[in-house]
Design a protein around this ligand. Sequence first.
Ligand code: NAI
Length: 705
Amino acid sequence: MIPPVSVRYDADIAIIVINHPPVNALSNTVRAGLLDAVEAADSSAEVTAIVISCAGRTFIAGADVTEFGKPRQPPALADLCNTVEACAKPVVAALHGTALGGGFEIALACHYRVAIDTASMGLPEVKLGLIPGAGGAARLARLAGARPALALTLKGDRLSASAALAQGIVDRVVGEDLLSSAIAFAREIIADGRGPRPTRAIDTHLAGDRSDLAAFDSHAQTLLARYHGQDAPAQCAASVRRALTMDIDSAIAADREAFAALSQGDQSRALRHVFFSERLAGKSDHAAPADLPSRVAILGAGTMGGGIAMAFAAAGYPVNLIDVSAQATEAGMVRIRANYANSVSRGSLREEEAQLRLARISPHGAREAAHDAQLVIEAVFEDMDLKREVFRDLERICAADTILATNTSALDVDQMAGFLQDPSRFVGMHFFSPANVMKLCEIVPNQATSEGTIATAMAMARAIGKVPVIAGNCDGFIGNRMVAKRSAQAERLLQEGALPGDVDAAIRDFGFPMGPLQTNDMSGLDVGYAIRKRRGTHFPIADRVAESGRLGQKTGAGYYRYANGSRQPVDDPVVAEIIEDVSSQLGIARRQIDRAEMIERMIFPLINEGARILEEGLARRPSDIDVVWIYGYGFPRWRGGPLFHADLMGLPYIVERLEAFAWQTGDASLEPAQLLTHLAATGSTFAQWQEARILSGHAIAGEAA
Ligand code: NAI
């Protein structure tokens, strides 16, 4: 076996090479090997300088994910970093690929950094509910200043090599020959007598914030406002503050303690759960064919078709976008162009990139344009007769092995499959609006969908940066079926005493970016109204609001009022009147409902529905349901998803509350699901249930289908 760390020499320069595929993760063997190599080079009389570099596609890209949450073997990363920094000879890091997390911390502990121009670096620990635990924040603050260090640790974003150069974080950026450039750089250091430059000794950037800590604190508070309720961002700010107020060794010691506490905490556990669950959800049981579709056609250039086309274009795919006529497709193209123009003006997309993407989308007015596509996604009106006609025609137009997918949100995919001669190549690919942004894609097989079709659909979703989750065929699939339970409770809370602002604030307080009524206003209240009509359900308040012509943002009024063209909801006394009127018609004495009750009333029923979905075999595992909610509905990632959250709250408590709600409201659908009651009664959890099923080899494959 090749050792993960080796040393070679270029005359008097020791070149330490880390070679631990695939991403040179900092596993125990790498830390130990690096420590030995650095100590040996530092004490060798022949060596004048040390270069730390990596083989393969990247510099150390972070911690070893398999060591997450487990006690680490020595050497600790912080000690390794201190040893590197304490070398008596100049140490130069040679950065390529992505130097992330612990990898970047090692680079920061080196005396100098040379990067290839395509390299990027960052401290993404916060995304796993952690802080840099080996002095990363303290060293970054010394190199670049406390505020840049705060921004980087808090957001966990990557910095390009050129941006890092501009901020003084790297010393040189080169276009090619990284290793020889790093060696040449080391020779320059020796030649001009600069010698080692421990990061801890740099003190030029801290003076300003040190002398006015109050200003730094208020800056930090402003940034922290968007991370309400989250531990790790607050700890990032505390860590950078320690860089200002403490000597570096005490600061690092405090960071290590904070890191250890965070890594044992619920939020980091939740974030790690999401990290692994996303990967698990996206795995298909059968390998996708080696040659995935490269030509894609989208039928329907409306809200969803346009968004899906943009998602493919962003990933480099040429797309034929087809509507009923050239004019109808052009109307879709107008929206797509406006969307790109908006991104360019906001600065989130470069003009050239927008043009490239736009050029990949070819508008067509006739279905024949789908004839050479290998994947066709249908996003026409939600109408079964229309879909029947469309799929029969597609079967005639397309090659026999073209995958045919529907983006239906609520129609029966088995019924649709029945329209096709070959249903094995037919599958639901349910995207979420806006489809160019939202990452979730529910993959909905019909009874006859082949494993190859499922695997291909999942691989294509992944290829365009989506997170695929397999869902069984039922009304609403996984996500919308669950969200309906929350909507029903939002309506009831309004009837019982809350106003729209209260309901939405409760859900935002829980950590969602938006409340359910705001969300409805954004998507259009006619959508839910039509669905309720079809199902024969009646929400007195929602119905009255929609029937009064208030259809949400698009009409300037829904549950809220919107000033001309604004998306900012404003409370509206007209809605309060409708609500109070309905309460009195229903004979309900309105009461003050506290926020904690509102949160439980809206979150627990969707957990309950998740349990029913599992019972019915419509989701492959509890963690898939968590992934659906995080990527499709804005469930706070740091809470791990509804079922992870349920385990944390304790299932017996949830059962007890659901029973109480069912009794209090007379709504039998709130009675706890069998699975939930069973797990609660046996002292088990959703996580244990999932684990047990995996161990017992319970079919994961296509089980939901
Ligand atoms: P939309 O009304 O914005 O767009 C539908 C488009 O299909 C229109 O441009 C229409 O001209 C076109 N069309 C109608 N018949 C056609 C035909 N025979 N051939 C080609 N194009 C045809 O509707 P939207 O919202 O984009 O929905 C499309 C599908 O996506 C529906 O099945 C809907 O249930 C589903 N969906 C909608 C979501 C949403 O939030 N709007 C979310 C997820 C799925």
